[in-house]
Design a protein around this ligand. Structure first.
Ligand code: COA
Length: 378
């Protein structure tokens, strides 16, 4: 992944070319080995007036063959990874490039907010003025009503994720914050203040996926494998959900990925989850079966998911502090988790015994969700 943050002088194609180049170096492969590209992007038409990004990004990365842009809001590149995995597993290709990019800092926060709102239901939500901080604050207030919890509980998640990013050179915010900083920050959408929100970000991510046969025949180092994939969907509009503070698309994605990998939630040692807002991390951990509904907020308060907790979550800094260039985020989770498990991430020492990692990438108010299980292989 590229460093996330503001890249005012660089287009999305520049950013993706950099991420792809680094992925090729990491894989010890040349671009001409790639047979197909799956690329995630959400708001290119708004931010750069650029559609038709599949072939554009293939050209930027120096690859040929079929190229497909995937759009699934903030889950765009996670879904691109899933398509790449399935293409390799089905035997259609041995080498696939996956990833994504987004530019959000070249437009104003107001324009970015409008662009992001297109991930909601145009008839029933956008026309009523729903923005993403607004939608997730409805989910947070609904969670508080149903299960209890306070703004201060959520603040622990922001503090944890900022702390995890302090040494991560690729993160947008490498600064520690404390509970008072979170509680005293300007309100964005009650109960959220500034530090409950992920930021607007520019950035790109890429990964080279290869079949086992190709890796073996070419002597590639594949010490981490994707062993489970799952994806789920839900009603686009919150009003059509059975329960607002629950995310069944993530339940479906998680259960499918666990079954695919032949594991249970208890086997997971470390997780990167989609904390676009602090409440989103709570909802993710409950949907993925790490906690019962209503319990993950207590886990946050009690520090169970900190770097030295029982289940370290978002050691990259998460979307909150690493940044959230929406079309790049799912691929970035794969990149960060691979490094964490391989031992070459700045926070790897905290999980040196970890063999199983999970990534959870959500679109909109989790109307789409994709989960990957990554495992250390001998
Ligand atoms: N967390 C921490 N600091 C943040 C931040 C965030 N989320 N967003 C901005 N900042 C900082 C900036 O670095 C800047 O700091 P500086 O003054 O020291 O340079 C300051 O806050 C003001 O930045 P600015 O870009 O003017 O903020 P803003 O008020 O225009 O936007 C938000 C802040 C929270 C409204 C915006 O980041 C946002 O909309 N986030 C949500 C994005 C989203 O919905 N993503 C999709 C999720 S589904």
């Amino acid at each position: 992944m590229t460093a996330f943050g503001a890249s005012p002088e660089r287009t999305a194609r520049d950013l993706f070319a950099q991420a792809a180049g680094e992925a090729f170096d990491d894989a010890a492969l040349e671009p001409d080995a790639v047979e197909e590209l799956f690329y995630g992007n959400f708001m290119g038409e708004f931010a750069e007036v650029q559609g038709h990004q599949g072939p554009l990004m293939a050209e930027a990365a120096g690859v040929s063959g079929p190229s497909t842009r995937i759009e699934s809001a903030c889950a765009s590149s996670g879904v691109a990874v899933r398509h790449g995995v399935n293409q390799v597993r089905s035997g259609q290709a041995d080498v696939v490039l996956v990833g994504g990019a987004e530019r959000m800092k070249n437009i104003s926060t107001a324009e970015g907010t409008k662009a992001l709102s297109a991930a909601a239901d145009a008839l029933w939500e956008i026309k009523a003025g729903v923005t993403f901080p607004g939608a997730y604050s409805l989910m947070a207030n609904s969670y508080f009503d149903e299960f209890g919890g306070t703004r201060e509980d959520l603040a622990h998640i922001a503090v944890k994720n900022h702390s995890n990013a302090v040494e991560n050179d690729l993160a947008q915010f490498q600064m520690a914050i404390d509970i008072d900083d979170v509680l005293e920050a300007p309100t964005v959408s009650s109960p959220f203040g500034l530090y409950d929100c992920s930021p607007m970000s520019d950035g790109a991510s890429a990964a080279v996926l290869v079949s086992e046969e190709f890796a073996e025949a070419n002597g590639l180092d594949t010490s981490v494998a994707i062993t489970g994939v799952g994806q789920g969907s839900d009603s686009l509009a919150l009003q059509d959900r059975v329960s607002i503070p629950e995310t069944p698309a993530a339940v479906e994605a998680g259960e499918t990925a666990y079954e695919d990998a032949g594991i249970t939630p208890e086997d997971v040692d470390v997780a990167e989850v989609h904390d676009c807002f602090t409440i989103a991390e709570v909802l993710a951990l409950e949907s993925l079966g790490f906690y019962e509904p209503g319990e993950a907020i207590t886990a946050a308060r009690e520090g169970e998911t900190t770097i030295d907790g029982e289940l370290p979550v978002n050691l990259s800094g998460g979307l909150k502090a690493k940044g959230h260039p929406v079309g790049a985020t799912g691929g970035a989770q794969i990149s960060e988790m691979t490094k964490l498990l391989r031992g070459d991430h700045v926070n790897s020492d905290a999980v040196s015994d970890a063999t199983v990692g999970l990534t959870h990438n959500a679109g909109g108010t989790v109307a789409s969700c994709v989960v990957h299980v990554l495992e250390v292989v001998e």
